[in-house]
Design a protein around this ligand. Structure first.
Ligand code: ZN
Length: 289
């Protein structure tokens, strides 16, 4: 083989290697795009409701405490960490609530639970707020570096609440959060956070004026909806019951029907305060994927 031919052969091999590296790089980049998130569920406290009818429509007078769990969620996505709701803060609650009906031990606080997974509050890229009631917005102030994804109507409702549902908003939860970064969403739009269908906020108002839920598309489990207080318990789906605290019962009913439709279409529904359903949930550090 002449030197010229050997050089040509080497050049072909060289080009092949370069081409192959491009293929490998683009395939792995594509795999990254396709990667699906992990979903962690944190129990961040409990509330003892004196009578179930206070939160779910139905007969009153049962007079036995209805003890409900309170959750926050973390989505670990290739494009960043997303927290959904922030739990309750006993320090901002009125004395009588704090002592008797709310439990949120220090080790269940959202930042402590994130730390157990190796994350700091500043690692959270987005905080999606389903709504701003006291058991969801308690620790917003721990995340000043994050961008909050919230409905504009909900911000308005929390800072200047409708007297009928004002009790569930605490000004102490909002203090210090006014200058945070907000992505304020219109009530009409669904919002696809990473434009890949993996995390989609959609409007489920009725319980409050700017309530939203989150659809998460997981690789193994498929589509999951974190309802927030649009749905306290699975029983509400089975029996078409409304939340007792409702800014608009009419919209709350539309929301329940929409969630019923999603369940029929095979979406897993995770309610916000269901004591029975809580026995079936995997809590962090375990996760869904
Ligand atoms: Zn609520």
């Amino acid at each position: 083989m002449t030197r010229r031919k050997m050089f040509k052969k080497k050049l072909i091999w060289f080009k092949l290697v370069i081409l192959l590296s491009f293929v490998i790089v683009s395939v792995s980049a594509h795999a990254g795009e396709q990667a699906r998130p992990k979903l962690y569920v944190f129990e961040v406290g409990k509330i003892a409701i004196p009578d179930k009818c206070i939160i779910v429509s139905g007969p009153c007078g049962q007079f036995k405490p209805y003890i409900i769990p309170v959750y926050a969620y973390l989505i670990s996505h290739p494009k960043g960490l997303i927290l959904i709701d922030t739990g309750l803060n006993p320090d901002t609650c009125p004395e009588e609530l704090r002592k008797e009906i709310i439990w949120s031990p220090e080790q269940q606080r959202i930042d402590k639970q994130l730390a157990k997974l190796g994350y700091k509050p500043e690692d959270i890229k987005y905080v999606i707020m389903t709504h701003l009631h006291l058991d969801h917005a308690g620790w917003m102030k721990l995340f000043p570096k994050s961008t909050f994804v919230v409905r504009q109507e909900e911000l308005r409702g929390a800072w200047w609440p409708d007297p009928r549902i004002a009790l569930a908003y605490l000004i102490g939860d909002l203090e210090g959060t006014r200058d945070f970064q907000y992505l304020e969403l219109d009530n009409l739009e669904s919002f696809d956070l990473f434009l890949d269908g993996s995390v989609v906020c959609f409007i489920t108002n009725g319980h409050t004026q700017g309530h939203q839920s989150v659809l998460v598309n997981l690789n193994k489990m498929g589509k999951v909806v974190l309802t927030g207080d649009a749905l306290d318990s699975i029983e509400m789906l089975d029996r078409t019951l409304l939340p007792s605290i409702a800014w608009s019962p009419e919209l709350a009913l539309k929301t329940i029907k929409r969630l019923q439709h999603m369940r029929r279409e095979g979406v897993t529904i995770i309610p916000s305060h269901d004591p029975e359903f809580s026995n079936t949930l995997k809590l962090a550090p375990d996760y869904y994927e």
